[in-house]
Design a protein around this ligand. Structure first.
Ligand code: OOG
Ligand code: MG
Length: 262
């Protein structure tokens, strides 16, 4: 830790206010270049605590920057992890109020729902599949609070990895019913395919992102609770959207899920 408790609380308040008021801000490391990983996750934890104190419910977690396409797009080299609360959830086929966001983008993802607690260290794909109840298609709407979507890894971790909204739906499958490496994903915007991918784009296998998350939490004395919904990370680059756009994700053998920006 290089930041004081007070600074962490202030930065959490600042970033959450930016989120709630749809205002952008320079990345945190501009003013706090010595910020370390504990500071970054400490700020993220403080944002979660603020939401929980106002009655939000923690429903899951997310991995981000888990594909080369995403790492290249954002010019960073390693995955990051964040939280999902019920406020972020959009019903299948539902609408997103674009004015509540700064510069939203959508990502095609595979979501996991766990039936058992997952605990690192040493968590691997096999353990993830054994603990998974089902997998299903998900669209994540990311909305970095940082100006022009420009950040470094510590800044984006503090900003809860740009989490804003998500929708899951389509056909839920038991993990043994599908080869998550070769499964195809087609993201459509207004009826046109705008990004194409396969599950293996995410760390070779989307379950590897969940294992990485469990191992990351273990270093902080935490685990992934049974029942959690986890987004494994965008399989392609993220696509910018605006009011009026309709977005649909089709995943091979898993149906489709969609949302509309109004
Ligand atoms: C960070 C969040 C990335 C993903 O799926 O890769 C993410 C960002 O690109 O703003 O959620
Ligand atoms: Mg994502």
């Amino acid at each position: 830790m290089t930041l004081t408790k007070d600074t962490i609380a202030l930065l959490a308040e600042h970033l959450e206010t930016c989120q709630l008021q749809a205002q952008d801000t320079p990345k945190l490391t501009d003013d706090h270049p010595d910020m370390d990983w504990n500071d970054a996750y400490g700020i993220q934890d403080a944002i979660l605590a603020r939401k929980l104190s106002r009655g939000a419910r923690l429903i899951g977690l997310k991995a981000g920057l888990t594909s080369h396409a995403k790492m290249q797009q954002m010019d960073v080299q390693s995955p990051v992890f964040g939280f999902l609360v019920d406020d972020f959830s959009v019903p299948e086929g539902g609408t997103v109020q674009t004015r509540e966001l700064i510069h939203p983008k959508v990502e095609p993802e595979i979501a996991f729902v766990l039936k058992q607690t997952l605990k690192g260290p040493g968590c691997h794909i096999g353990a993830v599949l054994a603990a998974t109840d089902f997998v299903l298609p998900g669209i994540e709407v990311i909305d970095s609070r940082y100006r022009d979507f420009k950040f470094d890894l510590k800044s984006v971790v503090a900003d809860n990895t740009s989490a804003a909204r998500f929708v899951v739906g389509g056909r839920a499958l038991r993990p043994e019913a599908i080869d998550l490496r070769t499964v195809g994903l087609v993201l459509e915007k207004n009826g046109q395919p705008v990004a194409l991918g396969a599950g293996a784009a995410v760390l070779g296998h989307p379950a590897a992102a969940i294992a990485m998350l469990a191992n990351h939490l273990a270093e902080r004395g935490q685990e992934i609770p049974a029942g959690s919904l986890i987004l494994s990370g965008g399989a392609t680059e993220a696509i910018a959207v605006e009011a009026g756009d309709h977005v649909c994700l089709r995943v091979q053998d898993m149906g489709s899920v969609s949302l509309r920006f109004v």
